[in-house]
Design a protein around this ligand. Structure first.
Ligand code: NAD
Ligand code: WQD
Length: 347
C-alpha cells in the first residue's frame, strides 16, 4: 500500500535511514503519504526501513535508493523513477567536533549535496522543500534568553556554517524561481525514540551528544558519563538545553509538509519545547526511566559550549500550529526501551 508507481506523487526523504529521517518516514507513512528514501548509508543502515514497514503494516518495501547526493546523475535517476511532489532534506554530516577537524568534508558533503538536490528539483519542477536546520545557526546568547527566529545568526563551527549557508542557498532559489515553497526547521536537542522500542538513534561511533552517550552508559556499553562543566550560570551549574522527543520532531515535519501548498514562499520555524533541563536533571530523569543509577564524573567545560540554549516556540505554535506533546519522562522512557531492547542498535 506504499507502492510508489511513477504516477502516484510521493515525498522524497533524503537521509531517511538516519535517526530523525527514519522516525519522520514512519510518521509520513502513518499519515498516508507515499515516500521514497535516498540515503548513502554513511551514518545509517537499511534496517530502520524494515522496522518501519513492520510498524506500519506495509505489504511492500519502502522505495529506497542507496545514492550519495554528490552523484547528481544517480539523483536524477531517482526523480525519473518516481513522481516527486516535495522533498524533506535531512541528509548531512552532523558532528560538530568532526567538522572542525574535517571542514572540507563537511562543506563538500552538505553543500554539494544540497546544490545537487536543488538543481535536480529545478530540472524536474519540484518546488516544495522542508529543510533540517538547527539551533546551531543562532549567534550564541550568553544571557540564555530563548531564541527567536528573528535572532541574529552566526556559527562557531564548520558544521553550523554549512547549515547557515544551506538556508541561504535555499532562500536564493526560492527568490529566483516562482512557485517555490521552503520551510527551514531549526531543531533544538532531539532525543527519545519511537515508543515501540524498535526504532531509535544508532550512532556509528562513540556518541558526542549527551543523551545517546548516556543511554549507552545505562545499557553498559560505555563506562561512565562525563558531565562537561559544573560552573555554568544555571540552577545546578551544568548546561541547560531544550530537549525534544524525536516523534514530536517527526510530527513537526509532517505539519510543515502540509503547509507548503499554502504557498508562503520561504519560512523559518524553531522546533523545540521552550523549556530547558540541566545535564544533572537529564541524568536524574534517565536514571528514573531505567531504574538504576547512571555512573558519571564531573569534568571541566567542553570547548565551545555555553550555559543555556533555549527555544522560543511562539512562532511555530502560532503560525505553524505545532506544539510538542511528549514530556521529559516519555523521552527517557522511550529512549531506554529502545536501548535496552537493542543494546547494539540495529546491528
Ligand atoms: P543521521 O546521521 O542519523 O542522519 C543523516 C542521514 O543522512 C544518514 O542516514 C546518512 O547516512 C545520510 N547522509 C549523509 N550524507 C549523505 C549524502 N551525501 N548522500 C546521501 N545520504 C547522506 O542524523 P540525524 O540526527 O537524523 O540528523 C538529520 C538532520 O538533522 C541532519 O541534517 C542534521 O544536521 C540535522 N539536525 C540534527 C540534530 C541532532 O541533534 N540530531 C539537531 C539539529 C539538526
Ligand atoms: C548537551 C549538554 C554538554 C555530552 C549539539 C550541536 C547542535 C545540535 C544538537 C545539530 C551540553 C553536555 C554532552 C557529554 C555532557 N546538533 N554534555 N556530556 O551541544 O547542545 O548541541 O547537538 O545540529 O548543533 O552542537 O548537545 O547533546 O552535545 O550537549 O555533559 O558527554 O550536555 O556540555 O551542556 P549540544 P549535546
Amino acid at each position: 500500500n506504499n507502492a510508489s508507481t511513477p504516477s502516484s506523487p510521493c515525498v522524497l526523504v533524503t537521509g531517511g535511514a538516519g535517526f530523525i529521517g527514519s522516525h519522520t518516514v514512519l510518521e509520513l507513512i502513518t499519515q498516508g503519504f507515499k515516500v521514497v528514501v535516498v540515503d548513502n548509508l554513511c551514518n545509517s543502515c537499511e534496517e530502520p526501513l524494515r522496522r518501519i514497514e513492520k510498524l506500519s503494516g506495509l505489504t511492500e518495501q519502502i522505495p529506497f535508493h542507496s545514492v550519495d547526493l554528490a552523484n547528481i546523475d544517480a539523483l536524477r535517476g531517482v526523480f525519473k523513477a518516481h513522481t516527486i511532489s516535495s522533498v524533506i532534506h535531512f541528509a548531512a554530516l552532523k558532528a560538530v567536533g568532526e567538522s572542525v577537524q574535517k571542514p572540507l568534508e563537511y562543506y563538500r558533503n552538505n553543500i554539494t549535496g544540497t546544490l545537487n538536490l536543488l538543481e535536480v528539483m529545478l530540472q524536474f519542477g519540484v518546488k516544495n522543500i522542508v529543510f533540517s536546520s538547527s539551533a546551531t545557526v543562532y549567534k550564541a546568547d550568553y544571557d540564555g534568553n530563548p531564541l527567536r527566529e528573528t535572532n541574529e545568526l552566526g556559527c562557531t563551527s564548520p558544521y553550523g556554517r554549512t547549515k547557515l549557508y544551506m538556508e541561504s542557498i535555499i532562500r536564493d532559489v526560492v527568490d529566483a524561481n516562482s512557485g517555490w515553497n521552503a520551510i527551514m526547521l531549526r531543531y533544538f536537542n532531539p532525543t527519545g525514540a519511537h515508543e515501540s522500542g524498535t526504532m531509535g538513534e544508532d550512532p556509528q561511533q562513540i556518541p558526542n551528544n549527551l543523551m545517546p552517550y548516556m543511554s549507552q552508559v545505562a545499557v553498559g556499553n560505555l563506562k561512565e558519563l562525563r558531565v562537561f562543566g559544573t560552573d555554568y550560570n544555571t540552577r545546578d551549574g551544568t548546561g541547560v538545553r531544550d530537549y525534544i522527543h524525536v516523534m514530536d520532531l517527526a510530527e513537526a515535519h509532517v505539519v510543515a509538509l502540509k503547509r507548503l501548498p499554502l504557498h508562503k514562499g520561504y519560512e523559518v520555524f524553531n522546533v523545540g519545547s521552550g523549556t530547558g533541563q540541566t545535564v544533572l536533571e537529564m541524568i536524574e530523569a534517565m536514571s528514573e526511566a531505567c531504574g538504576k543509577k547512571i555512573p558519571y564524573v564531573l569534568e571541566g567545560r567542553r570547548p565551545g559550549d555555553i550555559d543555556t540554549i533555549l527555544c522560543d516556540p511562539t512562532k511555530s505554535t502560532k503560525e505553524l500550529g505545532f506544539q510538542v506533546s511528549r514530556d521529559l519522562k516519555q523521552m527517557c522512557t522511550d529512549l531506554w526501551r529502545w536501548q535496552k531492547n537493542n543494546p547494539n542498535g540495529y546491528k
